[in-house]
Structures are given as C-alpha cells and as structure tokens.
Design a protein around this ligand. Structure first.
Ligand code: PEP
Length: 255
C-alpha cells in the first residue's frame, strides 16, 4: 500500500512575519489545485497566526517547530500545545536534531513532547537520525532504534500511526550531502519493521515515514520513489516558493 505523500517545510529561524506571509501567499496560489499530496509548512512561532490566516481554505496545513510538554506555567520562552491549537496548528516538529544537539533535548524529553502533542490532537513529526561518526561506526540502525523506542514509549497502538517519523541523517541536514536512495530506503524499511514489532503490521503500514536532509527538486524523485519513503521534511529548499512547489510536484509524480 502506498501512503499519500506529505511534503513539510521547516522554515527554522527564518522569515519575519511579512516575509513569511509573502511566501505563504505564493505557496497557496501555486498549490491551490494540488490535492493529491499533503503539504504542511512550519513557520517560526511569531508568524504562525498570520501565515495561518493566509493558508486558511488552502490545502496547506500549518505546523509548528516545537512545543513544551506542559500546558502552561513558568517556562519562560516556551510555547504549549493549547497555544498552538488556538492558532489552528495541526502538525508539530519534535526532536529535530538541531534541538537535540544545540538545545540538549533528550530522548525522554522528546517522548514527553510526542505524548503531549497526541493528547492535544497535534500530529508530531518526530525526527530521528544518526550523526556522521555514528554512521561511520556502523551504528546507524542501533541509534535509530533507540530514538524510536524512546519516543514511542507510552504511545497507544491506536495513536501510533498519527506520529509521522522523519528520518533525517544529521550529516545530510543543510550540508548538501544527501543520503543515497538506497541508504535512505534501508533505514526507512528498518523503521517500518521496528514499528511492526513495537505495535502491529497495520500501524507500520499506516504510519508515514518522511526523509529529510538536503532534499531538493533534483533529488526528490529518486528518494520519493522508494517504497518506504512517504514524503519529505524540507529545510533549505522550503524557503523559496519555486523550489518548494517543485518538490511538491516531484512528490505528486512519485506517488
Ligand atoms: C531539516 O532541517 O529538517 C532539513 C531537512 O534541512 P535541509 O533540507 O536544509 O537539509
């Protein structure tokens, strides 16, 4: 069974509100008729409300880049799930490698975020991936297994398919070094097998697994043509309408 592909853009710490609105307008205009693919964009928090208004009525879903496990309280600088829901956010990136590496997020903290997102009907886009040293040491699958098992701890089999996994080899993020289609498929197939072991075959079949790491219009077709690659999480190439739209079209062709 082929799942409907999802292309999600992670705008990271880029775009003022007016720049974000301009990009969202271009995307909504270009992708208005593209209803064979799921599309989401994750602007910075400051632009969520304005971008949400622009996207209202379009096929493009609104995602956030992070959330805190608690609903409210003394957590200066943090954003909660109810705050995101109030802005009609539907997806949230959790455990991005930049948060793991630069902000010290642990597997158990990421697990709390996954559980919180699900509790508030937000779809987590759970990022997992090995760094270069881990790949070179032959530890890729072990690292992925540890991250997935920890992140899914306490998730019910009913809700497990709502977690979108994004395999993002850290060495391929923002570096221009893309994993080969074979390297990516090997890990995606492994993740699907692991979900079947942790939950059921049905969960594994229904759960989407995205690839992320220097995906561009030029390499998207081959990656997205792999049997277990159900879409992409896109950083750099999501910051311009032309490249993001081309990626969405490549996904539509690869389905
Ligand atoms: C990302 O950071 O999620 C990502 C995939 O970035 P890039 O596409 O720029 O490698």
């Amino acid at each position: 069974m082929h799942l409907r592909k999802l292309i999600a853009g992670n705008w990271k710490m880029n775009k003022t509100t007016s720049d974000a609105v301009a990009l969202a307008r271009d995307l909504a205009a270009a992708l208005g008729q593209q209803n064979d693919i799921d599309v989401a964009v994750c602007p910075p928090f400051t632009a969520l409300e304005s971008v949400g208004k622009v996207l209202d009525g379009s096929i493009i879903k609104l995602g956030a880049q992070n959330l805190h496990p608690e609903a409210s309280g003394a957590f200066t600088g943090e954003i909660s799930a109810p705050m995101l829901r109030a802005l009609f956010v539907t997806h949230v990136i959790v455990g991005h490698s930049e948060r793991r590496v630069l902000f010290g997020e642990t597997d158990s903290f990421i697990n709390q975020k996954v559980l919180t997102a699900l509790k508030h009907q937000l779809r987590p886009i759970l990022c997992v991936g090995e760094n270069l040293a881990e790949r070179e040491a032959g530890a890729t699958l072990r690292i992925i297994q540890t991250q997935i098992e920890a992140a899914f701890e306490g998730v019910s089999k009913e809700l497990a398919p709502s977690v979108i996994v994004a395999y993002e080899p850290v060495w391929a993020i923002g570096t221009g070094k893309v994993a080969t289609a074979e390297q990516a498929q090997e890990v995606h197939g492994f993740i699907r097998g692991l979900l079947a072991k942790l939950f059921t075959e049905t969960v594994a079949r229904k759960g989407r697994i995205l690839y992320g790491g220097s995906m561009k219009p030029a390499n998207a077709g081959e990656l997205l043509g792999q049997k277990d690659i159900d879409g992409g999480l896109i950083g750099g190439a999501s910051l311009e309408a032309r490249s993001f739209v081309d990626l969405v079209r490549a996904a539509a062709e690869a389905k």
